[in-house]
Structures are given as structure tokens and as C-alpha cells.
Design a protein around this ligand. Structure first.
Ligand code: BES
Ligand code: MN
Ligand code: ZN
Length: 482
């Protein structure tokens, strides 16, 4: 989909559909609009409630073939997040109707870069279909070719496009089946993206990890014929700021999670291909960061492994030595995410990251607690967390802070090693977070459990079924606002 600057006036827009936003209770759009728009309101046919659509054909006085009036809900609650969703919902509803090009006319006070960026972004996110493996030759016929915003600025549109491309990159990776996207394939995708974006890329292979002593990560990887990789991407600002801060983004990259010897039930196991969604979101964020160029250095680290059972697999009760030197008793091989993450977090500290964020499809427990609505957020540093939630709010990525009382970590005490890797069923997402926290010590750290939010089980009006790309735009916003 091409994102374009539209003409200044609605009358001049030549397109299949010209989109205007109408709010609940009116007034009708102030942009010169045909009388018929007012009639839609007056007749009660259109109320303006969120995502409502009315379509007029051959609107008088316009070059556009259709005028689409889209409900924005309450005007005072309409923000960039609502704009993103609305543009997405319109794209998804119109593309099945043969519309190929769409133009959006915004009224004051919504004619700003923020709103046009959000609209372009929402349109591109909505256009992505998880149909890469469908062989129907007609599948591309129902797509929007171009989306333009009237009277927008190029920089606003560019921003929206960059963010959408980054999120779609993440979503496509997470949608890939695990026979295609192995750990080394993920590393290859990262390397290619880094080369295109001018980012530095380093892949630590199995031998190097052995030399370093990443026993926790390697223990998970040993059951699979697919070798592991620790993917490291670096962004360095051209004009560094005086601050010494260095953001480390660590994303769980389990390309498939069978559970290992503590094997998962068959039902729903196919979903475990998105167990690398955290890693993919960190890669997407780096793609956007390389173009939007924040002033803080950012390093991404993705431990990539496949968690399989087999004669070489690690057993419940095995004791491994993590990169930090601490020993871990692996009571459940399905609690593998935290094992690979602690070695990546320790490595991030060693290479100079001063602030750490990890993002991971870590626990089923967070799905029980928060469902698909909120990311579960955990921290050892409230100030850092508040900064993060500020960025998350701006980007409309809901995050709910979970408790981290000391009492929760009791259940990680092992009789045989320094710690064991599960805390039992109660507060499973909190004990998982404590396991990570024990590895980061006092370094300001945030853990995001995205098991519930990284995948849409059903399509939304504004987005297809499958990977959501959650986290990407908040990471970018956070780096930009540092
Ligand atoms: N990848 C899973 C968590 C998960 C569950 C992600 C559902 C997405 C949807 C993780 O590796 C896992 O298996 N966690 C276990 C931990 C348990 C063994 C302590 C879980 O949550 O059941
Ligand atoms: Mn698991
Ligand atoms: Zn997992």
C-alpha cells in the first residue's frame, strides 16, 4: 500500500472513496461536504458512534466515486489511537468491496502530524493479511493500492508508514510457521533487515555461547536439531547525547515451544509458533528506530531457540549454570523462556546496557490474569516503569502493572541449586518475573509478559487474525522520548 499526500481540497480528491469522520451528536464534518452528509445525520441514519460506516455513491460536487462517512465516537475522546483503529476498520471493510484507493479528509483539530501518522499507520496495519501460504492467485485482488491524507505533511505520513512497516515486519515473522522460521532463519531475517537499515548485527552461535558459559540458554536448545542463536542488533545515534544511558531490548525468541520433556497438551500447541513474538517485536522496533533516529543508543538481544523433547533434551531436575555463574534447577522444561532470557539479560548488562526491557510470551498465567487486553508489566524501578507507561499510553498499548512483593520469590528457592525455574501455579506470571529479576539485580529493568496480547485469536475490525506486533511502537516512542 502506498501512502500519499492528498490534494488540499476535498473537491479535488480523485479516488474510489473519500473518507470523512463524523462524531456522535454531530456536527457533520466541517470540510466542505455535500448536503447529503447532513441528511444522513438529520435522518438519524448515521449517529457517529465508533466505527459506524455510511457510504454515499457519486457524491455531488466531488471527484471521488464514493464518500464514506465513518463514526469517530465522542469527539472529545477521539485521539490518535482511535484514529489508527478507525482508519484500519475502514480499510478492512472497504477493501472487500473493490475499493483500491482511499483518501482521508481530516477536520480541525485533527489536522496534525499525530493524526495523519496514526491514520496512515492504521491503514497499513489493517491491510496486512496472514495469507502468505495461500495459493489462490486472486488473493491480491482485494487490496488497497493507495491511502492518501488531504492536506497532511510528508513527515507525518512518513512516520506512520515507518511504524506500520516495522509492526508488519514483526507480525509477519510471528505468523511464520516454525518449520520455516527456525532460530537460524530468524537470525538470517534479522541480519538482512539490519543490513537494509544500517544497523550493526552480530549473531552469537552455539560454540561461542559454550565458550561464554550460557548454560541456561544452551540447556533449552539442546533438545532440538535446530541450533540456537543469540541475535544482537545495535543502533548508535549519530550525535550521542551527554547521558550515559543505553537501552537494552531483550525479546524471547522461542521459534516453537513444545514444552520439551514437560510436554504440552496437543490442543492449541500450534499456537506456540508465536513464542518468538517478543523477539520479533524487538526486531520491528529496531527497524523503526534505525529510521526515526532517537538520541539514545539501543541494543536488541534475541535469544533464539526451539524447545523440543528428544533423547538429547534437558530433563526435569537437570541443573544448569547460567552466564551469571548462578545455578538453576530446571524443574519444568516448559518454563524455558525465563532460562534463555536470563542469559541474554546478563549478556546485555555485560555489553553496557544501563536500562533493560524484556518482552516475552512468558506465561499462561498472565493470559488468565489479564486476557488479551493488557500487557502484564513488572519492574524493579518505578521511575523507569512510569516512563514506559507514558510511552505506552501515547501509543495505545495498554499495560497493567503487576505486583512484585518479596514474598512471591520465596517459591523459587531450590534445595539443590541457587534457584529453580518454576514457582508453582499461584501467581505464575509474578514468580516468572521474579526469576528474571534475580538475574538483573539493581539494573533498572522492565519485564513485559505479552502471552495474552501478542496474538489475536480472531480478526478485529482493524486487524487480521494472528500476530499483533504489540510493543513495537511503544519501544520506539520510549527511545524517542528518552
Ligand atoms: N510459551 C509459554 C507461555 C505461553 C502460554 C505463551 C500461552 C502464550 C500462550 C511458556 O514457555 C510456558 O510454557 N509457560 C508455562 C510455565 C509453567 C511451566 C511454569 C506456563 O505458563 O504454563
Ligand atoms: Mn514453555
Ligand atoms: Zn514458551
Amino acid at each position: 500500500m502506498e501512502i500519499k499526500l492528498g490534494p488540499k481540497s476535498t473537491a479535488e480528491a480523485e479516488c474510489d472513496a473519500l473518507l470523512m469522520i463524523g462524531f456522535e451528536g454531530g456536527p457533520p464534518p466541517a470540510t466542505p461536504a455535500p448536503e447529503a452528509v447532513k441528511e444522513l445525520y438529520d435522518s438519524g441514519e448515521f449517529s457517529g458512534k465508533s466505527l459506524e460506516l455510511s457510504i454515499l455513491h457519486r457524491p455531488a460536487g466531488l471527484k471521488a466515486k464514493r464518500l464514506v462517512l465513518a463514526g469517530g465516537g465522542k469527539k472529545e475522546r477521539f485521539d490518535a489511537s482511535e484514529m489508527r483503529k478507525l482508519a484500519g476498520a475502514v480499510v478492512r471493510s472497504l477493501k472487500s468491496k473493490g475499493v483500491r484507493n482511499l483518501a482521508l479528509a481530516l477536520d480541525d483539530p485533527f489536522r496534525s502530524d499525530d493524526f495523519s501518522a496514526a491514520a496512515a499507520e492504521g491503514a497499513m496495519l489493517a491491510d496486512l493479511e496472514p495469507d502468505r501460504y495461500k495459493t489462490d492467485p486472486k488473493k491480491n485482488e482485494k487490496q488497497i493500492d493507495s491511502f492518501s491524507v488531504l492536506g497532511a505533511s510528508q513527515s507525518g505520513l512518513d512516520r506512520g508508514r515507518i511504524l506500520a512497516e516495522a509492526q508488519n515486519f514483526t507480525r509477519q515473522l510471528a505468523n511464520e510457521p516454525s518449520n520455516v522460521l527456525t532460530p537460524l532463519k530468524l537470525a538470517e531475517s534479522a541480519r538482512q533487515m539490519a543490513a537494509e537499515c544500517g544497523l550493526d548485527c552480530e549473531i552469537l552461535e552455539q560454540d561461542r555461547m559454550k565458550q561464554l558459559g550460557m548454560g541456561a540458554l544452551l540447556g533449552v536448545a539442546q533438545g532440538s536439531a535446530e541450533p540456537p542463536a543469540l541475535i544482537i542488533l545495535r543502533y548508535r545515534p549519530q550525535t550521542p547525547s551527554s547521558s550515559k544511558d543505553h537501552l537494552g531490548l531483550v525479546g524471547k525468541g522461542v521459534t516453537f515451544d513444545t514444552g520439551g520433556i514437560s510436554i504440552k497438551p496437543a490442543e492449541g500447541m500450534e499456537k506456540m509458533r508465536y513464542d518468538m513474538a517478543g523477539g520479533a517485536s524487538v526486531l520491528g522496533a529496531m527497524k523503526a528506530i534505525s529510521q526515526l533516529k532517537p538520541s539514545i543508543p539501543v541494543t536488541a538481544l534475541i535469544p533464539a531457540v526451539e524447545n523440543m523433547p528428544g533423547s538429547k533434551a534437558q530433563r526435569p531436575g537437570d541443573i544448569v549454570t547460567a552466564l551469571s555463574g548462578k545455578t538453576v534447577e530446571v524443574l519444568n522444561t516448559d518454563a524455558e523462556g525465563r532460562l534463555i532470557l536470563i542469559d541474554a539479560l546478563t549478556y546485555a548488562q555485560r555489553i553496557g546496557c544501563t536500562h533493560l526491557i524484556d518482552t516475552a510470551t512468558l506465561t499462561g498465567s498472565i493470559v488468565v490474569a489479564l486476557g488479551a487486553v493488557n500487557i502484564g508489566g513488572f519492574t524493579n524501578n518505578q521511575q523507569f516503569f512510569d516512563k514506559f507507561t507514558g510511552a505506552a499510553k501515547t501509543e495505545g498499548e495498554k499495560t497493567w502493572q503487576m505486583p512484585m512483593d518479596e514474598e512471591y520469590k520465596e517459591s523459587l528457592k531450590s534445595a539443590f541449586a541457587d534457584i529453580h525455574n518454576i514457582g508453582g501455579r499461584p501467581a505464575g506470571s509474578v514468580t516468572a518475573a521474579w526469576f528474571l529479576r534475580e538475574a538483573v539485580g539493581d539494573t533498572p529493568w522492565i519485564h513485559l509478559d505479552i502471552a495474552g496480547t501478542a496474538w489475536l485469536d480472531d480478526a478485529k475490525p482493524h486487524m487480521a487474525k494472528g500476530a499483533s506486533g504489540v510493543g513495537v511502537r511503544t519501544f520506539v516512542r520510549l527511545a524517542e522520548s528518552w
